[in-house]
Design a protein around this ligand. Structure first.
Ligand code: HEC
Length: 211
């Protein structure tokens, strides 16, 4: 009797787990993990998407830097931290939908765990980092990734405005602000930066329906 009961429980558990798995694989139009690029990747495609990437980046950059510096003036770091996540902006969301893209910033020394670089991004980043150390210019680019996404990348460089949140704790980052950051992001690695450092990359992924 007991084993029968146990097997029914296990069966229900199995069904619900496998349904959940299938459910999570369902293709959603805004799920960027399903945006596998099946079309060609020619120089023309690269050039076309580079110009879309640049436009989207310009708008996203202006929104983010504009809003963060406005918030810093209004209420300093404690007020501004909430404006550093791109999900905070309806305007970024509409920009993504209008251009059929997802917009993200990724880093090796990341603050938000969602922003850690995947293996392919680490390869691109290594190349940027090597060139940056040698004072060579590092350019934005459109690539077809090893895992088959069409993506635009651009390097992110640290400026003086970033230090209050990404510089040295105790000197650039006020101790109470660092405490706040640590309480929001316990695994924070995005500190100890200097002006001119390579901080990470913008990543704009294109949805294949726009081919
Ligand atoms: C008010 C504090 C603050 C300032 C100023 C600030 N940042 Fe950030 N930054 C954050 C926070 C908080 C996050 C985590 C956002 C999230 O949850 O995605 C973040 C995330 C990032 C990320 C995404 C990768 C990661 O580590 O999660 C990059 C790249 C980045 N910042 C670069 C910059 C640059 C470049 C500047 C200066 C132009 C700057 N930040 C200024 C607080 C700040």
């Amino acid at each position: 009797m007991k084993t029968k009961y146990l097997s029914i429980v296990l069966l229900i558990l199995f069904i619900s787990v496998s349904c959940g798995y299938i459910g999570s694989k369902r293709v959603k139009p805004n799920d960027e993990t399903t945006w596998i690029w099946t079309g060609p990747f020619t120089d023309d495609i690269a050039a076309k998407y580079k110009s879309i990437g640049r436009e989207v980046l310009k708008e996203s950059f202006l929104t983010l830097t504009g809003e963060v510096s406005r918030a810093m003036k209004e209420g300093g770091v404690p007020h501004a931290v909430q404006y550093c996540n791109m999900k905070a902006y309806p305007i970024i969301d509409s920009l993504s939908k209008a251009n059929h893209v997802s917009i993200k910033r990724v880093a090796m020394k990341n603050r938000n765990p969602d922003n850690f670089m995947r293996a392919f991004e680490q390869e691109l980043y290594k190349d940027y980092a090597m060139k940056h150390i040698q004072k060579m210019s590092i350019m934005d680019q459109v690539v077809l990734s090893k895992d088959n996404y069409l993506e635009y990348y651009a390097p992110i460089i640290v400026t003086a405005q970033c230090l209050a949140c990404h510089g040295k704790p105790g000197t650039d980052i006020q101790p109470e602000n660092y405490e706040l950051i640590k309480s929001l992001y316990p695994d924070d690695k995005a500190i100890d930066h200097y002006v001119g450092d390579l901080r990470g990359m913008w990543r704009i992924r294109f949805m294949p329906t726009k081919q």
